[in-house]
Design a protein around this ligand. Structure first.
Ligand code: ATP
Length: 428
C-alpha cells in the first residue's frame, strides 16, 4: 500500500489536503492525473447506470437539505457509530471493529464504556448561529433522491421499475478514518435508487447484485479479487430488509466497495409522514396508489478509484530493468495516448505537435519531450497510459510513427493518416 501512496503523490494522483499546513486528517486532493482517473470512474458508472439504460435517469441534488429530512430518514437519531477510547494511549476505536472490548488493541490499556457518536457534520445557515439555523452536510446522497421521487417520476413520466442515479459529495465525521482514501470524512458517492413494485423486490435485488459485481469486472478488476458478501440479519441498517456488499481484496484485507440494499418502502413512507406530502406512486392502470420498494446500489467513487489503482498496479522485472506499470482499463486510464518525439529536435517537435493536435479532439493526450525515450515510456507506464506514439527521424520522410503498447511493450509502425482509426480501435 505504501508504494501506491507514494506513486500517487509522486505522479500527481492524490495529495494530502492542506499539506503545507501539516495536512488535514482524512482529507485528500486529487492532482492532475488523479482527477482524470476519478472522472473516468464516475463517467464509466454514469454510462453504465444512466446513458446505456432506458429505465434510469439522473439527478444532482444539493448537499444541504431541510433539517427535517434527517429526522425522517432516521439519521438524526440513529446514524451513529459506537465509540470507545483507550484510557491510557487515548487512541479512539469503533467498538464494532474490536473483538475485545476490555483491552486496547494498541497498548493493552483499559477502554472506556461504549458511547454513541453521531457521524453527521453540522453547520449553520444564515447569520444566526443557533439551534434553529442548524443544517447538516448530507451523509449520503440517497435522501436527495427520495425527496425528489415524485418530481422526477412526473417530469420524466416514469413508472416502476425505474431508477434515479446521482453522483455527489457526502460527509461523515468518521471515528477511525484511514487506509488512504478508503475511509475519509469527505467523499464522493455514486448511488442509484431503483423503485420497483413491492412484489418484484427480490428479483431486482438479485439482478443488481450481479450487475454491480459485473461492472467492476468490466472496468478491469480481476474477478477473483472481488466477492459478494451477504449481511447477517443483525448487521442490517434500520431501513434494510437485506443487504449485500461488493468487497475487494485490498492490501489491508477484504473490505466493502459498495453496498446493495433492499431499503423497502421505508424512506418514501417516512418522508410522506414527516412532510405531510404523500410520495406514493399512482398507477394509472390499476388506479391505485402504492409505495414502491427501493433497491439501492450505493458505491463510493473514491473507494472504487482506489480499488482500480490497487488492482492495476504491478512491478515487473528486477533491478534497473524493473518497471512499474498500471494496467488500467483504457476507459479509466487518465492519459489515453502520449506523443513522444524522439528528441527535442526543431523538426520532430513541430511534427509531434501536429500529431498531438489532431488527436487531442478525440482523446486525453500528453506530449512529453524530456529524458530518454526509455525513461519516458516508463513514466507513461507508471500512470497507466495504454499507448505511446513515437515520432522519429524516419517519420519526417515516411510520415509514419511507432505505436507502443503499455502491456505487451510491442511496437508497430503506422502511417499518420491511419493512426486515428487504429487508436480508436485499440482504446475501444
Ligand atoms: P462502512 O461500513 O465502510 O463505513 P457503509 O456501509 O456505512 O460503509 P454506505 O452507507 O453503504 O457505507 O455507503 C455506500 C458507499 O459509500 C460505501 O460502500 C463506500 O464505497 C462509500 N463510503 C461510505 N463511507 C465512506 C467513507 N467514509 N469514505 C469513503 N467512502 C465511503
Amino acid at each position: 500500500m505504501e508504494k501506491i501512496v507514494s506513486l500517487c503523490k509522486r505522479r500527481g494522483f492524490i495529495f494530502q489536503s492542506s499539506e503545507i499546513y501539516g495536512g488535514l486528517s482524512a482529507c485528500w486532493d486529487y492532482g492532475p492525473i488523479g482527477v482524470e482517473l476519478k472522472r473516468n470512474v464516475k463517467e464509466a458508472w454514469w454510462r453504465a447506470m444512466v446513458h446505456s439504460r432506458r429505465d434510469i435517469v439522473g439527478l444532482d441534488a444539493s448537499i444541504l437539505m431541510h433539517p427535517r429530512v434527517w429526522e425522517a430518514s432516521g439519521h438524526l437519531a440513529g446514524f451513529a457509530d459506537p465509540l470507545v477510547d483507550c484510557k491510557e494511549c487515548k487512541e479512539r476505536f469503533r467498538a464494532d471493529h474490536l473483538e475485545n472490548l476490555q483491552k486496547c488493541p494498541k497498548c493493552g490499556g483499559k477502554l472506556t464504556e461504549v458511547r454513541k457518536f453521531n457521524l453527521m457534520f453540522k453547520t449553520f445557515m444564515g447569520p444566526l448561529e443557533d439551534e434553529s439555523a442548524t443544517v447538516f452536510m448530507r451523509p449520503e446522497t440517497a435522501q436527495g433522491i427520495f425527496v425528489n421521487f415524485l418530481n422526477v417520476q412526473q417530469a420524466a413520466r416514469l413508472k416502476p421499475p425505474f431508477g434515479i442515479a446521482q453522483i455527489g459529495k457526502s460527509f461523515r465525521n468518521e471515528i477511525t478514518p484511514g487506509n488512504f482514501t478508503y475511509r475519509t470524512r469527505e467523499f464522493e458517492q455514486m448511488e442509484m435508487e431503483f423503485f420497483v413494485p413491492p412484489a418484484e423486490d427480490e428479483q431486482w435485488y438479485g439482478y443488481w447484485k450481479k450487475a454491480r459485481f459485473d461492472w467492476y469486472v468490466s472496468c478491469g478488476i480481476q474477478p477473483d479479487h472481488l466477492r459478494l458478501r451477504d449481511h447477517a440479519k443483525e448487521e442490517l441498517a434500520h431501513y434494510a430488509k437485506s443487504c449485500c456488499d461488493v468487497e475487494y481484496n485490498f492490501p489491508f484485507g477484504w473490505s466493502e466497495l459498495e453496498g446493495i440494499a433492499n431499503r423497502t418502502d421505508f424512506d418514501l413512507k417516512q418522508h410522506s409522514e414527516h412532510s405531510g406530502k404523500s410520495l406514493a406512486f399512482f398507477d394509472e392502470e390499476t388506479k391505485q396508489h402504492y409505495f414502491p420498494y427501493v433497491i439501492e446500489p450505493a458505491a463510493g467513487a473514491d473507494r472504487a478509484t482506489l480499488a482500480f489503482l490497487v488492482d492495476a498496479y504491478a512491478v515487473e522485472g528486477e533491478g534497473k530493468d524493473a518497471r512499474t506499470v498500471l494496467r488500467l482499463h483504457p476507459a479509466l486510464a487518465p492519459i489515453k495516448v502520449a506523443v513522444l518525439p524522439l528528441s527535442k529536435n526543431e523538426q520532430l517537435v513541430p511534427l509531434a505537435d501536429e500529431v498531438a493536435g489532431s488527436l487531442r479532439k478525440h482523446f486525453m493526450i500528453d506530449v512529453d519531450l524530456t529524458g530518454s525515450i526509455g525513461k519516458r515510456y516508463r513514466r507513461q507506464d507508471e500512470v497507466g497510459t495504454p499507448l505511446c506514439v513515437t515520432i522519429d527521424f524516419d517519420s519526417l520522410e515516411d510520415r509514419a510513427v511507432t505505436v507502443r503498447d503499455r502491456d505487451t511493450m510491442q511496437q508497430e509502425r503506422v502511417a499518420i493518416p491511419e493512426l486515428l482509426p487504429l487508436l480508436h480501435e485499440r482504446l475501444g
